[in-house]
Design a protein around this ligand. Sequence first.
Ligand code: NAD
Ligand code: TYD
Length: 339
Amino acid sequence: MIKKKILVTGGAGFIGGNFVQYMVEKYPEYEIFNVDVLTYAGDLTKHQAIEKQGNYHFVKADIVEQDVIHSLFEKEKFDFVVHFAAESHVDRSITDPGIFVQTNVIGTQVLLEAARRVGITKFVHISTDEVYGELDFDPTTFFTEDTPLKPNSPYSASKASSDLLVRAYHETYGLPVNITRCSNNYGPYHFPEKLIPLTISRVLTDEKVPVYGEGQNIRDWLHVFDHCVAIDVVLHKGVGGEVYNIGGNNERTNLEVVKTIIQALGKSEELIEFVEDRLGHDKRYAIDSTKLKQLGWNPSFTFETGIIQTIQWNIVNEEWWKQIISGQYQTYFNKQYSI
Ligand code: NAD
Ligand code: TYD
């Protein structure tokens, strides 16, 4: 058995949380350290089942705090870093961009510097397809790893900036890095500010679902489990310095996604409310994942199987999202939407 120490940042959030659970179960010989400051998007109740396992540790810390992060690296001597921690919601970046620069840019640089000083085997930076900007509606066009970075939102601009720092640490210091750029995720423990969990929770409570503009913008959807498997593949097999795109090949307009959920729950499409469009709303994202597939990765969920599993998860785990939407989330929702 090869023992490894893995630092996962943002492991109390949606994707990082799923990844922590996946790794703790799959690699009992690895020690997983979840470092998270617990913003509004962080929640530890999801980890109750793994908390007692000896190979899981939680450290409450802010990745921007250089002294704290450097001391942690010196103490634990991590082999791998998988960096998820970020401000992740485009709408919040439009109303309050500053924190996105702090966490996503400065926080990433602090981690890179700590990793460089102690020396690590692999730093996987979890980025997003949104750094490439937008595609038009021509279905034959896709983002490849060579597509130029042209981010449009403060969120994607902050992620692109962090990607450039990761690249620079590889080119300048030889830090062994990979960058992954994934399309939109969905699945268990998805915070109900994003389109799919927002729609599921509101349809379940018979409330209006806000759809921006005419609902014709297109996203490519990947189940979070398939994203976790892809990161595992990149962590263990990714070639140093390389970027890997991750996509689901499940392009849907937002209106199609919302209608699929409404139909699956047997509710009326009258719940749909078209609202003012998002500023600078990216038209379409679509991914070419050929490079990652060459490492042996393939998604296991289709959108049809994944969305039903996700709806069922939200029905069974109603307590989890109801507790979120009853708190400060209401203030956010009322400020963001006038429905
Ligand atoms: P999330 O918002 O659900 O979780 C983010 C986590 O980071 C939270 O637990 C939060 O507490 C933590 N965090 C925030 N600031 C921190 C700080 N300063 N120090 C320590 N912890 C901090 O996000 P997510 O949707 O799980 O996304 C995770 C990563 O994946 C992000 O880097 C995001 O850019 C990327 N990504 C997300 C998607 C998607 O569809 N959600 C798609 C592609 C890539
Ligand atoms: P979102 O889940 O915020 O992810 P991203 O902006 O990172 O792609 O949004 C997905 C799509 O759904 C995007 O085109 C915006 C749209 N959308 C709505 O129409 N209404 C909403 O209330 C939200 C949150 C998103």
